[in-house]
Design a protein around this ligand. Structure first.
Ligand code: ZN
Ligand code: ZN
Length: 583
């Protein structure tokens, strides 16, 4: 410990006395050199994260999550913070200054997670070797024989990995224990017969194959051993009680600070979300009254306004495409959205980097109906995919309920959010910054916030022709982001229980029972992430309104949006800072 403190001081001083005569370019070069060295060090410590990022230099290593690795990680993070303090911020352009800020906050957040939040002790689901191995098998980053040799080397460390996992666990929650059982049970499939057959067909020598099989058997036994340990743990927790999944107000405020990087505190954002819910309910009631005669004729209007809104939304759900037309409908939307955005001068687009709409790959199906798949940070030239689940494989009842949710209006909002001008458009702008740091350590609140902001921006510009149906469905969609914030805050800092959570989501946010049950599960397993949608949306909207008020007639929405996006996926409060500094 004293050694690292000393190191910190020395480097900080070295930075302070950096020669004033240095060319601005040289500090920039020094930073670039630093970033590539730092990232390599980071990937060395966490080879599985490297695989996910598309960096394969350490693809033959598996990191064992023991005390020695935690010590090495802590030392690494402190070294990086010291090194960052040695840069002369004034000699850097805004884009590089942002890199510096983003890295510093990330390392501080990692240290906080390691020594204060300590999820490695109470979330048994932190441990699962399967995803990394699955990536190696699915990604053709090297010939199969090479990948199998990497896998063989990693398999050797699996028993030590799970031994460390067991030693780490102290006071876990029941929820993360059950999740760990589900995920590791599912993960066993990666080490099954398919892998044995790939090995048999490969060009590995006989003795290599033999060693591989021995290690594979030991790895499977280690996963089984962990499952056995977790099964007993679960029984004990059920009998005697377990640590609560609620992290409490103090840790929540800290995690919110690290993850969201908002200009608002968690408490302020919660108050904003509460006010927003009331406003949305007022707006929805007015629209539902307008639409009632069109859809329900002379039927008596329910006295309860939530009942009234819910019934009109249910009517609108009947207007949807046929299951077999789902993928093609989305495919046709993309050029229409692009045309609307350019005709209404909303934000720059880049026709040279088309979005590829395709059927969701098999291994990704099951969780979301659609998602945007961006190329990895080390492979920025690759395609961006808009993956859509073909509903033809769904049982008819399931397809019907899915399509009532993703009805005629909701389906357009989905593509606005995922693609244009949402995630896809934001990504094109962010990639222009050519900053690995901003892509790898991207701010989730900016990314999700922009997509939610984009939905409202489209409707404000006249998308959907001002139809009350479109506005009502948008309000329902927006209410989801708002209620995610309410739910997350009230569950983790307060006492909201399952019945209250389900009532909020079904009665006040008009969600199906299935969606609400999923959300209740998610809020017990994650913390803070659910607030990112509304946090980013509220901050971008507030900043736009302020800019508009300040600039008056000189305000141009397209210029504001282009500027906002030009800084990449960094926290909105930092973007604000830089936009207000520049003329
Ligand atoms: Zn139907
Ligand atoms: Zn999103």
């Amino acid at each position: 410990m004293p050694l690292f403190a000393l190191l910190f001081c020395l480097l900080a001083l070295a930075g302070f006395h950096a020669p004033a005569s240095a060319e601005p370019g040289s500090e920039k070069q020094r930073l670039e050199q630093y970033i590539s060295t730092m990232l390599d060090g980071l990937w060395r410590l966490d080879p599985d994260a490297a695989l996910a990022a598309g960096y394969y230099r350490y693809a033959d290593r598996l990191s064992v999550p023991d005390a020695a690795t935690r010590d090495a990680t802590r030392a690494f993070l402190r070294q990086q913070l010291a090194a960052l303090a040695g840069f002369d911020e004034k000699a850097l352009a805004p884009a590089q200054r942002l890199d510096l800020i983003v890295m510093r906050r990330r390392f501080e957040a990692d240290l906080w997670e390691l020594d204060t939040f300590r999820s490695w002790q109470w979330q048994p689901s932190s441990y699962n070797v399967a995803p990394g191995f699955a990536l190696q098998l699915d990604t053709g980053y090297a010939p199969l024989d090479t990948r199998l040799r990497h896998i063989a080397a990693r398999l050797a460390a699996v028993p030590a990995y799970y031994a460390a996992a067991q030693a780490n666990i102290a006071e876990p929650t029941l929820e993360h224990t059950v999740l760990a059982i589900e995920q590791n049970q599912g993960g066993l499939a990666v080490f099954g017969e398919d892998l044995v057959q790939q090995l048999a067909r490969s060009g590995l020598a006989d003795d290599e194959k033999q060693l591989f099989r021995t290690r594979l058997t030991a790895a499977r036994a280690a996963i089984q051993g962990y499952l056995h340990f977790l099964g007993e743990l679960q029984a004990r927790l059920e009998a005697r009680g377990a640590r609560s999944f609620r992290i409490g107000p103090a840790l929540y405020a800290q995690k919110f600070g690290h993850d969201i990087q908002s200009g608002y505190t968690a408490e302020q954002l919660h108050a904003k979300a509460k006010a927003e819910k009331a406003k949305l309910h007022d707006g929805m009631e007015a629209l539902a009254r307008t639409l009632w005669p069109k859809y329900r004729g002379n039927a008596p209007v329910p006295a309860d306004r939530l009942e009234l809104i819910g019934q009109v939304i249910a009517e609108l759900g009947r207007n949807h495409v046929k299951p077999e037309a789902f993928v093609d409908t989305i495919r046709r939307q993309i050029p229409e959205l692009a045309r609307f955005v350019s005709e209404h001068d909303l934000v720059d687009q880049d026709a040279s980097r088309p979005l590829v709409v395709r059927e969701m790959p098999e291994y990704m199906r099951g969780t979301a109906g659609a998602n945007l798949q961006a190329p990895g940070p080390y492979d920025a030239g690759a395609n961006t995919y808009y993956n859509v689940t073909p509903l033809t494989g769904y049982a008819s009842e399931r397809a019907e309920s899915f399509l009532r949710e993703y009805n005629h209006w909701m389906l357009q909002l989905l593509s606005i959010h995922e693609a244009i001008p949402g995630h896809y458009t934001q990504l094109l702008h962010a990639n222009k910054s050519n900053s690995l740091v901003k892509v790898l350590f991207g701010n989730g609140a900016m990314i999700e916030g922009w997509a939610v902001y984009g939905e409202k921006m489209m409707l404000d510009a006249g998308y959907g022709g001002g139809a009350p149906e479109m506005w009502l469905i948008w309000m329902k969609w927006n209410l989801r982001a708002v209620c995610n914030t309410l739910l997350d805050y009230e569950v983790h800092t307060g006492t909201m229980n399952e019945a209250q959570a389900l009532a909020l989501l079904t009665t006040e946010a008009f969600q199906s029972q299935a969606e609400a049950v999923d959300k209740w599960r998610r809020v017990r397993l994650t913390q803070v992430q659910l607030t990112s949608y509304f946090a980013g949306y509220a901050e971008i909207t507030a900043w736009r309104d302020e800019s508009k008020a300040r600039l008056g007639k000189a305000f141009k929405l397209k210029d504001f949006n282009n500027r906002l996006l030009s800084y990449g996926s960094v926290p909105v409060r930092d973007i604000r800072q830089l936009m207000s500094e520049a003329p």
